[in-house]
Design a protein around this ligand. Structure first.
Ligand SMILES: *Cc1c(COP(=O)(O)O)cnc(C)c1O
Length: 368
């Protein structure tokens, strides 16, 4: 397994089972005290004023965009090298995605390209969604400067970066809003679907809260058209347990990355190139992604030796059948994205992975 959601459950099984039993016995299963408590605890963890639990990470992006009044006729800039969910959410609110390239060093949005894209589509772009891909923060200080100069909203897609930091400040606290997914393989995981929107802005928080439940301010009275995107009590109770271990598990992910790095730097520098963390960032290694000129051969060799790897992601969004005729591409093209999608391979990475397993995988890569 490249990621292992069951190992995550087993690691905290006693506490999770108790949390589930508590919810089942309570008789309240939707938007009750577990959700409220999790929202408070996660806001406190991040250092942000408001957390609103929603059904999943895609909905989190969708309602965050709608809270900013973004819809038909508006453009939203994001990267093509991301989970398709980022782009799907932009279309869910009727806006047009403009896809730009990433920096090859960090796999995150290229700020120079962002500046040129904003210039080209002056007045039409309303928001930017940087993605902290693989657990590495995008360059938020530079992009916030740009966005503030042009009066644009910034929504951080933190689905792969719970706990990551820039200069000691957590991702999710830089933009006007930020979104999280708690899909079972993420660094902070539910045992089912879950997501959250976070913000320091009380007005935006209020809008998100209305949107997640039919636009209700008061039960059964819709003040604005909304949707149903609620986090449920069971998932919130599970998330409260897992949140207690997030920092410890992120620390273990960094140890594993360090070990891969040591082992691979000496044995395999010609076979693969290794991920780098920028200075001043705390990388949380949602994935440990290396690049290889012979990705297919390496993946097959590892598989023959019992090691399953994954590709995140094999086809950039602008080339996928659903999107290739619909999205706009920024003025600098997508050369890095197209190149790296041929070369990337995600090695096994989850907190319960042992040093022996990491050593075995690294030695196999060296042998290859
Ligand atoms: C997982 C993920 C999402 C979507 O989250 P879901 O909870 O699966 O809807 C969005 N963006 C990125 C970068 C992701 O990795």
């Amino acid at each position: 397994m490249s990621t292992n959601p069951k190992a995550n459950y087993l690691a905290h099984q006693t506490e999770i089972d108790a949390a589930i039993a508590r919810v089942l016995a309570s008789g309240g299963y939707i938007l009750g005290q577990e959700v409220s408590a999790f929202e408070q605890e996660f806001a406190q963890y991040l250092g942000v004023a408001h957390t609103i639990g929603v059904a999943n990470g895609t909905d989190a992006l969708h309602v965050a965009l709608r809270a900013c009044n973004i819809g038909m006729g508006d453009m939203v800039v994001t990267v093509s090298h991301t989970a398709v969910a980022t782009v799907a959410a932009i279309e869910m609110c009727g806006a047009t995605p403009v896809l730009i390239d990433v920096l090859p060093e960090t796999f995150t949005m290229n700020p120079a390209h962002l500046a040129e894209t904003i210039k080209l589509y002056q007045g039409q772009i309303k928001a930017i969604i940087p993605v902290h891909l693989y657990g590495h923060p995008a360059d938020m200080p530079t992009m916030m400067d740009l966005a503030n100069q042009h009066g644009l909203y910034v929504i951080e897609d933190c689905a792969q970066a719970h706990g990551a930091m820039i200069n000691g400040q957590k991702v999710g606290t830089w933009g006007h809003l930020a979104t999280f997914s708690f899909y079972p393989t993420k660094n902070l995981a539910a045992l089912g679907d879950g997501g959250a929107v976070v913000t320091n802005d009380a007005k935006l928080a209020h809008q998100v809260k209305l949107l997640r439940q039919y636009g209700w301010q008061e039960k059964y009275i819709s003040d604005s058209p909304g949707l149903n995107s609620r986090l449920d009590e069971l998932q919130a109770a599970i998330l409260r347990v897992n949140l207690l271990y997030l920092d410890k598990e992120n620390h273990r992910r960094r140890e594993i990355a360090q070990l891969y790095h040591q082992m691979l730097a000496s044995t395999a520098s010609r076979t693969v190139s290794l991920p780098q963390a920028s200075p001043n960032v705390t990388h949380v290694y949602h994935q440990y992604v290396v690049r290889s000129q012979d990705r297919q051969g390496l993946q097959t060799f590892l598989k023959q030796n019992g090691i399953n790897t994954l590709i995140h992601y094999p086809m950039p969004v602008h080339q996928q059948p659903a999107y290739r005729h619909r999205v706009l591409i920024g003025p600098n093209g997508l050369a890095q994205t197209e190149q790296l999608c041929q070369e990337i391979i995600s090695l096994p990475m989850y907190p319960q992975l042992s040093n022996e397993q990491v050593e075995k995988i690294s030695k196999l890569i060296g042998k290859y």
